[in-house]
Design a protein around this ligand. Sequence first.
Ligand code: MGD
Ligand code: MGD
Ligand code: SF4
Ligand code: MO
Length: 772
Amino acid sequence: MQRKPPVADPSGDNPRITRPKTWATGVPAVEHAMEYSLEQTSLRRTALTLLNMNQTRGFDCPGCAWPDPVPGHRTKNEYCENGAKHVNDEATSRRIRAPFFERYSVSELAGKSDRWLNQQGRLTEPMVKRAGSDHYEPVNWNEALGLLAGELRQLESPNEAVFYTSGRASNEAAFVFQLFARAFGTNNLPDCSNLCHESSGAALHETLGVGKGDVSLRDIHHADLVFLVGQNPGSNHPRMLTALEQTKLNGGHIVAVNPLPEAGLIRFKHPQEVRGVIGRGTQISDRFLHIRVGGDLALFQALNLLLLEAEDARPGTVLDHDFIQNHTSGFTEFEKHVRSLSWRDVRAATGLGRPEIEKVRDLVLRSERIVVCWAMGLTQHRHAVPTIREIVNFLLLRGNIGKPRAGACPVRGHSNVQGDRTMGIWEKMPQKFMDALGREFSFTPPAEHGWDTVNSIRAMRDGRARVFVGLAGNFVRATPDSRATEQAMRRCRLTAHISTKLNRSHTVCGDIALILPTIGRSEKDRQASGEQFITVEDSMSQVHASRGRLDPASKKLLSEVAILTKLARLTLRDRPDAADVPWAEFEADYNNIRQRIARVVPGFENYNERVTGPGGFGLPNPVNEGVFPTPSGKAMFTANEFQMLGAPEGHLVLQTMRSHDQWNTIPYTLDDRYRGIHGSRRIVLVNPADLKELGLTDGSQVDLIGVWRDGIERRADDFRLVSYPTARGCAAAYYPETNVLVPLDSVAEISNTPTSKGIVIRLEPSTRRAAR
Ligand SMILES: Nc1nc2c(c(=O)[nH]1)N[C@H]1C(S)=C(S)[C@@H](COP(=O)(O)OP(=O)(O)OC[C@H]3O[C@@H](n4cnc5c(=O)[nH]c(N)nc54)[C@H](O)[C@@H]3O)O[C@H]1N2
Ligand SMILES: Nc1nc2c(c(=O)[nH]1)N[C@H]1C(S)=C(S)[C@@H](COP(=O)(O)OP(=O)(O)OC[C@H]3O[C@@H](n4cnc5c(=O)[nH]c(N)nc54)[C@H](O)[C@@H]3O)O[C@H]1N2
Ligand code: SF4
Ligand SMILES: [Mo]
């Protein structure tokens, strides 16, 4: 089988626009996965990886955090098209070796596209870019880690270091990483969650006492009504469609709320069922609310008002008075506030008419058990936290929290982003965790909270942070305000990345830069005591083991745990106040790490025994027992001030989103099949009526200019306008190409998450094309 060579650069923009699809994940989806995978690797490796993915003795899909069905209910191919792409992107047979870095200088690499960098293959040996040099050169592990340890030890304060984590890291690596950072003396542990579901955690923690969702796959299958808000499951959590199909087959209903009529929200064809292959598939949404970006707070306030009014009309039939009385507080203030809502405001914020919302209310009134699912369409807004609090109000009104087949379901992104948090990756872990950690390892963890992602960038920009260490991820592309962030990164004395693949963050670096290559999920992890497995937690708090099946991409790779434990030993050696951590034993046998996790993190008792059982174990969630660990011991109703997003005349609100063919900062191809976009990522979707109003034509080239109170011009140039059924006033374009438009200081209240889904822009005829 011939593998295709990596793509040429520049990415050869050649847009072709077709009609958006109205269904997702049928047979073509599987064909596309095979195509991509055979481009990357051989048939034998494809079989080895795909057949072991998401199986009880296999490895966890490195894609999203969607849970696996319970053992016994898994199909032979328990993965989706995109999961197959993600794993094959890692299992590629292409390799980057030392001569590659002789051929390309760091500055040259910085000019390459994200896609090109990723397509070069797996990183195979540690590399260093020394101060003053513009090339990476090979370095052995001892020297590489010694250099990093030396720089860390020279810092005036441990708080001059930043330790970033992306959500693919295993529980074991994450636990070791945070322990190392805290033993070193800092809580500067920003993570991708700061850019992702931080708003969900903040809102749920405040209102329910637990920052995670409380529903299981079973709850979704058997709910009467499921809301899908601000989420594109057809591309980003494809196996969720199988669960939603079950909901439908069991007689449940689905309401989708989105400014874009996403294919997966409309119709689903199951790739492994006869009805998906030959039939029309299952209709997913019973109701689709074509909402304006940022209108969800208003929508749920409107629904809550309609429920209060329905209760007025038929007292005792709508609200769950027992539940409200016994398990919640704050109802009176909430009620008073919602009753003052203006329908004119609702219309302006949502673009929806009252009759449309009333139809959804009717579905709600007919449904005993309701689940609300959401993702980035809600979390990345200035008013994300109040919006999610309002959803909690909605669920509490009819007692849809803490009972089976109902609840709140933030659908997590990275495969282990939730687990990383459980393991202590957070700049402000609760004191209880810090005390337990200190007790277990005989040291005093730092008391002061650390920096989250946005504050880390500010610190690097201002010279307060000098050393950056990234455990997976692509910091400079994931973060907002690309130009400012790149400058901040370049101000660092040293930047080091533990990575599987080359990305922009290796090329936009500090004076000294280190590439510390590691093995991936799909690969065997051999240590002194033998072959290891790692563990992860999915979006529904199920913890399970993952065992790679392929030989590592190179003999020179170390596992994440090995890199981190070696680094810890070098950095903390002869420090009298250092924590008492058996780093070498951790490295030799990951059971030793899990034994300690079991003693520090509640819910992990007998970790080693329980996690090796089929399907692993579920973490307890007190909310499911009707216990709310809030200060009042009750679930909290909240009164949330009405807020909406608006743009001045001649402007639009831009959301930055994923295409079907990308994994976060890494585009795999230039296509977005379901939306009918082919051969380009520099496109901007605009409603035809807005195009007309703005005097612009479909197919023309424009620059996007961000408008923000600091007056700095942020421009993303040369985008093709595509007339598209997005809600009025709301444009959409891809991340990370548009991150340059997101101001660093434009963040969500409370959670400090960049407002990647709500940026005011104006469009101008393209200057670049005009100049050509
Ligand atoms: N294939 C693939 N899968 C992935 C990822 C990937 O990059 N590729 N990334 C993973 C990660 S880390 C995450 S966090 C998840 C992200 O999963 P999603 O949240 O589905 O990802 P986005 O593409 O950011 O899509 C946001 C969706 O919200 C809608 N939206 C935008 N603004 C609003 C709004 O104001 N209101 C409403 N109601 N809707 C809105 C958009 O139209 C879009 O459908 O996916 C995970 N899975
Ligand atoms: N404008 C805008 N910005 C956004 C978003 C948005 O919707 N709009 N979404 C945000 C969200 S939700 C997220 S989660 C972030 C994502 O931000 P990140 O998590 O930082 O970015 P990724 O693109 O997932 O990181 C990809 C890199 O991870 C490394 N990697 C992959 N697998 C492994 C592994 O097993 N081990 C190690 N050590 N490294 C590995 C590879 O080197 C790869 O290049 O971006 C955020 N940024
Ligand atoms: S739904 Fe998510 S976890 Fe499941 S196979 Fe697809 S990408 Fe992987
Ligand atoms: Mo995410």
